[in-house]
Ligand binder design. Structure first.
Ligand code: ATP
Length: 331
């Protein structure tokens, strides 16, 4: 079984080991392993049919895998589903509401279903209604809510029991820009309150707003699992510009401490050359690197940090992973 790709298994609030899931006609997950750290937001991304929904349903204990295990907050979701569910909030991509109940009744029902004691239910409803900005709607029937408000109610229902882990499958589908923005700030707020979120979406620019990690699935396999926000990312990407091309630039760069993954070295005879690479050192180490590169005789014109968007990392990793399997859907 391969080790988890982010190396954070020991402190993980969600642990997935060697997960294999089969539908009657096809295998959807192939030996998936990963660990998700507490109070992080993981963007779960991948082409259509990659296995994101199946993966989330397995974490939520709603599917029985062919092999492997999932633990949430230290509980095996298959062996102890009821206890595990107390730690999980799940918003499915397609959800139903009890249309004839008021928002308050929906929330009270979910509070009861999630085992919140009768004496604490009102307080739980008030708290979550405040968080989701639903206070003024408490006496409105769910069936009369707009799409954005329905989404907010569904999230409120999913988190009323203050779970450790929240799984959100395409939570912003169908929301207007303002509602998307308030969803982003809500997710950041939940993370700051100590919750761990896994959010699946195809809108990478939006995920970039709040995600700390990115987990890329393709054809049922983990292609990448890495930190993406500045505070979490272990390597920065630097871009070097030279006034004249030089031979063996990637090899010459790789000799230096902290340099890795030289993915690109474009030689443009009239404009010199550029290369971009991962660098694990801090600013002092970058200063040393610059001095060493000049000392090596490289005609350095500039060395600066390169900001890569989540979308660029995503495309780069899928490209490096090769073409998708021909018989499976890929966006
Ligand atoms: P999307 O981005 O389109 O929502 P996804 O990444 O969530 O896709 P899944 O819905 O998990 O992917 O599907 C993974 C694979 O399993 C796909 O090839 C899909 O066709 C297949 N699949 C999903 N549900 C079933 C099912 N009920 N029966 C058979 N195959 C299924």
């Amino acid at each position: 079984m391969p080790p988890p790709m982010d190396g954070s298994m020991s402190e993980s609030v969600v642990r997935v080991d060697g997960l294999v899931f089969d539908y009657p006609t096809q295998r959807a997950l192939f030996d998936v392993s990963c660990g998700v750290g507490r109070a992080t937001i993981t963007a779960l991304v991948g082409p259509n049919g990659a296995g994101k929904t199946t993966f989330m349903r397995c974490i939520a204990g709603l599917e029985t895998p062919f092999a492997g295990s999932v633990t949430v907050a230290g509980l095996d979701v298959l062996a102890e589903p009821r206890r595990a569910h107390q730690h999980i909030g799940f918003l499915q991509d397609f959800f139903g509401l009890y249309e004839d109940l008021t928002v308050r009744q929906c929330l009270r029902f979910h509070a009861a279903a999630n085992g919140i004691a009768k004496s604490r239910r009102n307080q739980a409803v008030e708290r979550v209604a405040e968080l989701l900005n639903l206070r003024s709607r408490l006496d409105q029937r769910a069936g009369t809510l707009s799409r954005g408000l329905r989404q907010r109610l569904a999230i409120a229902q999913a988190i009323i029991h203050e779970p450790d882990v929240i799984l959100l499958d395409e939570p912003s589908a169908g929301l207007d820009p303002e509602a998307r923005e308030s969803l982003s700030s809500l997710l950041r707020q939940l993370r700051h309150a100590g919750m761990t979120l896994i959010v699946s979406s195809h809108i990478l620019t939006e995920l970039e707003d709040y995600s700390t990690h990115m987990l890329i699935l393709r054809d049922g396999r983990v292609v990448e699992h890495c930190p993406v926000s500045g505070e979490e990312a272990s390597a920065r990407r630097l871009r070097l510009m030279l006034s004249d091309p030089v031979d063996n630039l990637p090899e010459r760069l790789m000799r230096h401490f902290g340099v890795g993954n030289v993915l690109q070295a474009d030689v443009v005879p009239t404009d010199g050359a550029t290369a971009s690479f991962d660098f694990t050192g801090d600013l002092n180490a970058q200063c040393t690197l610059l001095r060493d590169l000049i000392g090596d005789g490289l005609p350095v014109a500039a060395l600066a940090e390169e900001q890569r968007t989540m979308h660029e990392v995503y495309r780069e990793r899928l490209r490096a992973d090769g073409p998708a399997e021909p018989d499976r859907g890929a966006a």
